[in-house]
Design a binder for this molecule. Sequence first.
Ligand code: SAH
Length: 375
Amino acid sequence: MKIIVKRRHFNHPWIFSNEIIKKENITPGSIVLVEEQRKIIGTGFYNPHSLIAIRLFSYTEEKFDHDFLLKNLKSAWTKRSGMGNSYRLVASECDGLPGLIIDKYNAYFVIQINCLGMEQYKEVIKEILIDEFKAQGIYEKSDEGLRKREGLDVANSIIFGEIPDLVEIEQDGLRFLVDIKNGQKTGFFFDQRENRKMAKELAKGEILDCFCYTGGFSIYVGNKGSVLGIDSSEGAIALAKKNAEINNLKCSFECAEVFKTLREFAKAGRRFDTIILDPPSFTKSKKEKRDALRGYKEINLSAMKILNPDGLLFTGSCSYHISRQEFLEILQTSAQDAHKQFQIIKEGMQSKDHPVLLNFPESNYLKSFCLRVLD
Ligand code: SAH
């Protein structure tokens, strides 16, 4: 099947419905060959019910079958060599496999399929994970919102073998227990690995880890000072405590709302030498952007106010609707309102198991800065 398009962005893996000029009667989920001005620009999955009408898996004419999947999965795996036993094995478009996310937790795998075309290859993917990657268990956890837009049902179950209630993984010599079945997203936020290392290198003194989840940052900085982690999820806090225990660290964790807690700390005159802010994506769409900007401003301003002289702020945004420049502007106005001057000590991004495609700016979503107060 062939589709003629006129694209706005060169080499971008998504083709939007309004970029399609001519198409035959094509079944949703089919594989299509895409042409622009009589030149083949790639092969992809077609779904007329989605705003992203075509997701390219190749930039030439190519078949999508068992061998193609095996080749790309092996290639993704090779690119992660040296990352230990647990990481994001497949980051969809950025690994040439649109709509497919696979996280590897030791011998257990979590897969997420967010595109109708890819959905049809679930059994093949499963087979490869079992035969080639020696999976002991596979859990399918597919995001409700994204699947709905593609006309797919929610999926949340074991699709092969067994999944223990808690799976232990290793990250840079530290141990983490992951609750694959009940945890948030796919269970663990691998994308912050490099930024956690950055925090480990520099953190000091009284350390406050806001939005700590199961202790990702807290455990990395656990022996650099006295750590307090806060998160609104009771389940996450319970697991963070266990994670500190298995790493022989003395960290404190409290179940609390961050916005409110930061205001209370300011009122009570409580101060910290290091503050980590790793909030959830406050915006999933452009529409919510104004509220999100307000949210980022509030937590950054509050954190800046309660930093000790020479204190460090590790702050980030994982929303791709907010650009690096916009995020920097939030930090600048927050610093101005806090009446403090800051140096940018380091800048980070998502770790390399979440690669960024140069011509796919949407894939570059995580922005991270380490600031130091100048007094
Ligand atoms: N820093 C973590 C990941 C953070 S994910 C790590 O390194 O693993 C975002 C977390 O923010 C989630 O655990 C969620 O429960 C928490 N959260 C969301 N809104 C919150 C709020 N208003 N107050 C406190 N925690 C919140």
